[in-house]
Design a protein around this ligand. Structure first.
Ligand code: ZN
Length: 501
């Protein structure tokens, strides 16, 4: 007779397999699928999601979960965590009536089309009514799910469990203040960085080969993963031993393929690092979007844009592109990939000014959800804040409030994850430097084993067993803070712009 936990695990694993099959189909859609297959693929995806949803909400299964929750005695710690996290996912879903879910899906599909047209025409009015409908639905969702102090908390919770507006606001204010001071330091230095060498012509095959070799050296396991090309880079996982990365290549921008792939490999190494006993359960996943993003940003920026890293990697890059980089020394290259310059487009922003893009979206989203900002005001508010924070004014809505896909799929609450990822990454970096005193020398010699081992031991292997605040508290002995991120940037800016902090 199987125990209740075994019964629970059986169904959980079946659901996980269905979701993995769904992920394979989605991955194929982005990488290989012929265009005429899209309608059939949509049906297949809907069928698999439907079966998984029915299994997850079946009374037998929810009853079993309820029993295991009320009496978890005899369960190991990871087993109790599996029950807790599975219940968490189901509880939220159960508060949303099917009508709400289907209306949201339909409105999102319409909004996504409208957004594409609006962005192409750079005309916010083509998207306005769709955005209004989605905001209304997400406000309803916040009421249905429930929240403490601010309705936006209910949306933040989807991506960053436990995070609230009242926690984020003061951190964002201090981050804004610190960022402005650092931008002032750069201006006062009068130093300009030349990044033009990154835009010479670089053979795509060689770029991809170099990026491959780099992420393999960092520790991405190609026996348990692979890389393909896609229009928008992403990482997806069908299991701990099957993690897929994608990247894109621009011949005239050396950064996109390499840093894009390091970024996705950061996500991928996290996915490859979960304890194998968590496989095919909800615990074999990142704690939150912010923690997931901390892993990609740690490798992309804190390792991949460090001077130590390029001391090791630059001779190899130069050997790959001897003509293009003949007149570029290590120092100039290092400064080029760390140039700070305010720009309109979030995804092209540098490490420091990136957060300013997030803050203005956070302000607009919280306002839309609590009713203090009207949809009609969005373009104006967007431009005003861009000018205030970045000192530049978007010339049209396409490079302003229409640039991001997130609102078109009702992804309110997602944007803060990016900044949280940066703050977590800097906190983790500080802890690594403390724990591994010769980490700089290791990076300079292309040895990343100790760093990856440290991340595996302290963070990856736990999967979703611990919360973000628990794991950060244990590792860093502190709560979420902007201070390590600002310190790290101050040191980098002093080096790149030849100033003293
Ligand atoms: Zn990412």
């Amino acid at each position: 007779m199987p125990t209740p936990f075994d019964q629970f695990l059986n169904t959980t694993r079946t659901i996980s397999d269905l979701e993995a099959a769904n992920a394979v189909l989605s991955w194929d859609q982005e990488t290989n699928m012929p265009p005429a297959a899209s309608e059939g693929r949509a049906e297949q995806l809907a069928t698999l999601s439907g079966v998984a949803h029915r299994m997850r909400t079946a009374p037998d299964y929810t009853g079993l979960l309820h029993d295991l929750r009320s009496d978890g005695s005899g369960l190991e710690e990871w087993q109790r965590a599996a029950v807790r996290e599975t219940s968490r996912d189901i509880e939220r879903a159960s508060k949303l009536p099917e009508r709400h879910v289907s209306t949201l899906a339909r409105e999102s599909a319409l909004a996504h089309d409208a957004w594409k047209r609006a962005r192409a025409a750079s005309d916010f009015s083509l998207f306005r009514n769709n955005l209004r409908a989605l905001v209304e639905l997400k406000r309803q969702e916040a009421e249905l799910v429930g929240y403490g102090a601010h309705p936006y908390d209910a949306l933040l919770d989807i991506f960053e469990p436990g995070m609230t507006v009242s926690t984020l606001r003061p951190i964002f204010e201090r981050l804004l203040d610190g960022t402005r001071k650092l931008l002032g330091t750069i201006r006062e230095s009068g130093v300009t960085v030349d990044a033009s060498m990154l835009h010479r012509t670089f053979d795509p095959d060689r770029q991809l080969k170099f990026a491959h070799e780099t992420v393999a050296a960092l520790g991405f396991d190609f026996n348990a993963g692979r890389v393909d090309l896609a229009a928008h880079p992403f990482c997806t996982s069908f299991g701990i031993r099957d993690v897929r990365l994608t990247t894109r290549i621009y011949p005239d921008d050396l950064r996109s393929c390499l840093f894009g792939l390091i970024h996705e490999a950061g996500h991928g190494m996290y996915e490859q690092g979960f304890d194998s006993k968590l496989a095919r359960t909800p615990l074999a996943s990142g704690i939150s979007m912010g923690i997931h993003e901390s892993q990609s940003l740690f490798w992309e920026n804190m390792i991949g844009r460090s001077h130590e890293f390029w001391s090791w990697a630059y001779p190899r890059l130069r050997a790959t592109f001897p003509e293009q980089l003949a007149d570029v020394d290590l120092e100039s290259f290092y400064r080029a990939v760390n140039m700070v310059e305010p720009s309109y487009i979030r995804v092209e922003a540098d490490e420091l000014t990136y957060n300013l893009h997030i803050m203005l979206r956070f302000e607009i989203e919280t306002g839309l959800i609590d009713g203090s900002v009207e949809v009609d005001e969005v373009p104006e508010l967007w431009n005003r804040r861009t000018e205030e924070y970045l000192g530049i004014t978007p010339e049209n809505d396409a490079v302003g409030c229409l640039q991001d896909i997130h609102w078109s799929f009702a992804g309110f609450g997602y944007f803060p994850s990016y900044t949280l990822g940066k703050l977590y990454a800097a906190m983790l970096r500080e802890a690594i430097v403390k724990d591994l005193p010769d980490v700089s020398a290791q990076i300079e010699s292309g040895d990343f084993g100790a760093i990856l081992g440290w991340l595996r031991e302290k963070l990856h292997r736990w999967g979703r067993q611990k919360s973000a605040s628990e794991v950060i508290g244990e590792i860093c002995g502190a709560t979420l803070s902007e201070r390590p991120f600002l310190d790290y940037n101050a040191r980098k800016i002093a080096r790149v712009y030849q100033t003293m902090p």
